[in-house]
Design a protein around this ligand. Structure first.
Ligand SMILES: NC(=O)c1ccc[n+]([C@@H]2O[C@H](COP(=O)([O-])OP(=O)(O)OC[C@H]3O[C@@H](n4cnc5c(N)ncnc54)[C@H](O)[C@@H]3O)[C@@H](O)[C@H]2O)c1
Length: 312
């Protein structure tokens, strides 16, 4: 198969690329390296099945050329930062919504059969139903990131309806694992490296969050590509459990063998758009035969180990 992976030098994209190349597929990866890293594609670049295209997907021509003859596009390129969204009010629109339309156009004009999209649990805002199923109401968006992904999902569904592309939309919780570059674990590890005796936590530490190991996320996308019925499939992806931020602090400190004094910024959330309770109902994805293999604790410990090994 020929697969296109946008955001191929990112945390998730590069992990997916390595898996697809190992499975013997021809993969074209696109990235502008705005947050992606050269080191993450080094291994793939040595494989004969991989082709790297450097460039900005805001240029509609980039994906158009790359998608020629592709069987499926995994569209993962995005601004994945939720927390600083309000400091750059148009960034999510451009990087997440407009870029998605550019990649959809490339799929349409090249007759690509499948379009797989990395959406987010943030689209539910502060969901009234927890664990949150895919058909839960999402009445209010609480981040520009979430809003840009909802808009992108809308375009994807309309393209599927209008042009016969099969769309698979995955709403992930926060991911953990090797090549992790952004999120609370790296923030805490960096703080503790600088001063092992103290740690500042945003919010009151009692925010409840679900996470997922990156390998389990990729397995889910590939399972859905093989087994999902219908023209449009929306799938929540997360572990079958959640933890409190303070639990995660405990696991990180245990792994680093430190006992810092904790301070809290206070309040039930760390920043605008920080949902105090994220836990997704993943029964639909499980119905396709997928199960997460790692607990949140195991995924946190593994992430800290990787960050330590790579001095990240
Ligand atoms: N990591 C998570 O916890 C998480 C959770 C939910 C959803 N997601 C989604 O999964 C996808 C991948 O996230 P990630 O954690 O790997 O983020 P990442 O920042 O590591 O990867 C995104 C990649 O896209 C590239 N990119 C961004 N804008 C581009 C552009 N205009 N043209 C070309 N390349 C561009 C970046 O250089 C980077 O390599 C994103 O769509 C993100 O929104 C991630």
């Amino acid at each position: 198969m020929k697969y296109v992976v946008t955001g191929c030098a990112g945390f998730v994209g590069s992990t997916l690329v390595d898996r697809l190349v190992a499975d013997g597929h021809h993969v074209v990866g696109l990235d502008d390296f705005s947050t992606g890293r050269e080191a993450f594609v080094r291994q793939a670049c040595e494989a004969p099945g991989f082709e790297l295209v450097r460039g900005d997907l805001r240029d509609p021509g980039l994906a158009l050329d790359a998608a020629l003859g592709a069987d499926a596009i995994f569209h993962l390129a995005a601004n994945a930062d939720v927390r600083h969204g309000t400091e750059h009010p148009t960034r999510d629109l451009e990087q997440n919504t407009i870029v998605t339309v550019n990649v959809l156009e490339a799929a349409r004009r090249n007759g690509v059969r499948d379009f797989l999209f990395s959406s987010t649990g943030s689209v539910y805002g502060e969901a009234p139903v927890v664990p949150t199923p895919e058909d839960a109401p999402m009445p209010v968006q609480t981040s520009l990131y979430g809003a840009s992904k909802v808009a992108a999902e809308g375009f994807i569904q309309a393209y599927a309806e209008g042009f016969g592309i099969r769309a698979l939309i995955f709403r992930f919780v926060s991911l953990l694992g090797e090549r992790y570059t952004h999120g609370h674990v790296i923030d805490f590890v960096r703080q503790l490296r600088e001063h092992p005796d103290r740690l500042h936590v945003l919010g009151n530490g009692r925010q409840r969050k679900s996470y997922l190991y990156v390998g389990d996320c990729i397995e889910a996308m590939l399972t859905a590509l093989r087994a999902a019925p219908g023209k449009v499939g929306v799938y929540n992806l997360g572990a079958g459990e959640y933890c409190q931020v303070i639990d995660s602090v405990g696991w990180i400190c245990e792994t680093l063998r430190v006992t810092p004094t904790l301070t809290f910024s206070g309040g039930d959330r760390g920043w605008i758009g920080d949902n105090p309770f994220i836990f997704l109902d993943c029964a639909r994805m499980r119905g396709l035969g997928w199960e997460p293999t790692m607990t949140i604790r195991e995924a946190v410990v593994r992430t800290v180990g990787w960050l330590q090994e790579h001095d990240a």
